[in-house]
Design a protein around this ligand. Structure first.
Ligand code: GYE
Length: 336
């Protein structure tokens, strides 16, 4: 704890000071090359994005870019195409470029200590956005802003209870689970939260009969669901860790001559527009919202960190749950 505090204070102080020099060198766009003139220097933020795997991610990227522009920061942005090694190189290059603050959405939970130690040595504070990491060294990042994925998993199970009831479902509940990217926080935790409720309250009637990753993509969801339907034609529920995989799966369900939302009840997570469209058409039964519009909150946090203020260690985003009857109503105002 103590050491984290010390690092925080030291890191943001030095980063702010170092940033003045760094900006003059890095920021081709800003006028005046004198690093000594002081005041009004742009904050340079290095953001290492996961990829562009889903509608959620597209909305998240847009939100980050727009908010950085709005805040007047110099944003260095990279897309890792869902590969950890690409994200690590992006972070290394931000360290080399002496950015003021690094933010990133870690593709998987483990394997970050080495590169984050390099950032710490360079006294560049790191903010995690959207996804968390596993580390024994708390001093490696200053704050984590994003959703509570375990809670999303629990909410998905609670939502399935309502969906089954509404459908008048009787008998065994045979669940297919489309998992997110293997090793990613939202995949691990959405499965965990769901299982927690299932084991506690539905041990006798619910069973996850197949579970595999669809890598958070539509293509992945489509392909894996087609295989599920072959191996387990009696599946009657799909729990997808995101809307895109559910949307891909819907194509395979229809191709197999079944009705999504009726023969196979579907609950997913995210709440992107296409998910809402499918829900308004009766093809998805319920969606647990996960808010991707983190940009404005992130930029506030970046400013505070850069100014040396103490920030909250964990910032959770607010979200809701939606069933079919709310889909049509909510659709026109969906922002992503
Ligand atoms: O649910 C999924 C995306 O990390 C919360 O990543 C994010 C997840 C989101 O690919 O669609």
């Amino acid at each position: 704890m103590l050491s984290r505090r010390n690092f925080l204070t030291a890191a943001v102080g030095v980063a702010a000071a170092g940033g003045l020099a760094a900006c003059a060198k890095e920021d081709e766009g800003s006028s005046g090359s004198d690093s000594s003139s002081g005041g009004g220097k742009k904050i340079t933020l290095g953001f290492a994005q996961v990829g562009s795997e889903s509608g959620w991610r597209t909305a998240n990227t847009k939100s980050v870019k727009e908010a950085a522009k709005e805040a007047g920061y110099n944003l260095k942005f990279s897309d890792a195409q869902q590969k950890q090694e690409n994200q690590i190189s992006a972070i290394r290059s931000y360290i080399a470029q002496k950015v003021n603050v690094i933010a990133f959405s870690p593709v998987v939970v483990t394997g970050w200590d080495a590169v984050l130690k390099e950032a710490k040595t360079a006294k560049i504070p790191v903010i995690l956005t959207d996804r968390s990491i596993e580390t024994s060294d708390d001093s490696l990042y200053v704050s984590f802003i994003g959703s509570d994925f375990i809670d999303e998993g629990r909410r998905a199970a609670k939502m399935l209870e309502k969906v089954l009831e509404k459908a008048g479902h009787k008998g065994a509940v045979k669940i297919a689970q489309l998992e997110g990217t293997t090793g990613a926080a939202p995949a691990i935790e959405r499965a965990k939260g769901f299982k927690e409720i299932m084991d506690a309250e539905h041990k006798d009637d619910w069973k996850v009969v197949v579970s595999q990753t669809g890598d958070f993509t539509r293509a992945g969801g489509k392909q894996v669901m087609a295989a599920f339907l072959q191996s387990n034609p009696d599946i009657n529920v799909l729990y997808a860790h995101n809307d895109d995989m559910a949307l891909g799966a819907i194509q395979s369900i229809e191709a197999a001559g079944k009705k999504p939302g009726k023969d196979i009840l579907i609950v997913s997570v995210d709440g992107v527009k296409d998910g809402f469209v499918a829900m308004s058409e009766g093809k998805i039964n319920g969606i647990v919202e996960c808010n991707p519009l983190l940009g404005p909150q992130l930029m506030d946090l970046v400013k505070k960190v850069n100014d040396g203020e103490t920030v909250e260690r964990r910032i959770k985003t607010k979200e809701g749950d939606f069933l079919q009857e709310q889909a049509k109503e909510a659709l026109p105002t969906r922002k992503y």
